[in-house]
Ligand binder design. Structure first.
Ligand SMILES: Cc1cc2nc3c(=O)[nH]c(=O)nc-3n(C[C@H](O)[C@H](O)[C@H](O)COP(=O)(O)OP(=O)(O)OC[C@H]3O[C@@H](n4cnc5c(N)ncnc54)[C@H](O)[C@@H]3O)c2cc1C
Length: 200
């Protein structure tokens, strides 16, 4: 199956990326219609262990509740397929990437966003530089070298794996930022997505 964007990891950064991508539809933008997005996740986000009292504008809640809320927001927009399988391999095939899951299923995408967290990186098939994560207070955490989140053409890294400090807002922000970059490339001009209150 072929997708426009494949996101590997469904925690703070990956879900936030998917939400911004999904929210580009239904606005009368021809370039955004018919786009297909896919998100792979193994369900081990650090948010599962968090109770959040310092996310700006959000009442205190568990990380699990926050993940569920973002997932609901994405489903309200639609257009994102969720696959609860580990991605083992990402390989470039010309202008596309091929992703292989633990169950041997294959998917193609034009863009790939790596959002799999800083605990380890062992996805095969792509040449990335994995280095120690300088922002983690705990040893053994990793990040991937990048320039403005881009690792190579159409391959991005976000969240703690991009070396951001381990806070929900930092990681979510990087997912949104990369989504805006990808949408802008699709549109061929700068894109931001702003909604306004409905009229009475
Ligand atoms: C105990 C604890 C308390 C915290 N408290 C706070 C707090 O109060 N405030 C705050 O702002 N932040 C807090 N955080 C930090 C916050 O949870 C992280 O900063 C955030 O979750 C990092 O987002 P991420 O997207 O980089 O990674 P994650 O949210 O960890 O998501 C990575 C996802 O990728 C998936 N994945 C990994 N490999 C693959 C693969 N090969 N294929 C498919 N999926 C894969 C994982 O299963 C996971 O779901 C806390 C964290 C912990 C552990």
């Amino acid at each position: 199956m072929r997708y426009d964007v494949a996101i590997v990891g469904g925690g703070a950064s990956g879900l936030s990326c998917a939400l911004t991508l999904a929210s580009s539809k239904g606005r009368g933008w021809e370039w955004a219609e018919g786009r297909r997005y896919i998100l792979f996740d193994t369900g081990r986000s650090d948010l599962h262990r968090a109770y959040l009292k310092n996310v700006p504008g959000i009442e205190p809640m568990t990380g699990v509740e926050l993940l569920q809320n973002i997932r609901r927001q994405i489903e309200d927009w639609g257009g994102v397929d969720f696959v609860e399988e580990e991605v083992l391999k990402v390989e470039r095939r010309g202008e596309l990437f091929e992703l292989e899951t633990v169950q041997g299923r294959l998917f193609e995408a034009e863009y790939v966003v790596l959002a799999s967290g800083f605990h380890r990186f062992d996805i095969k098939g792509i040449e990335v530089q994995v280095i120690d994560n300088p922002k983690s207070p705990k040893p053994g955490r990793v990040m991937i070298r990048h320039e403005d989140y881009q690792v190579e053409k159409n391959l991005f890294v976000v969240g703690t794996l991009a070396g951001l400090s381990s806070h929900f807002t930092s990681c979510a922000g990087s997912g949104v930022e990369v989504a805006a970059v990808i949408l802008s490339r699709m549109a061929g001009k700068p894109v931001v997505i702003h909604d306004v209150p409905p009229e009475d």
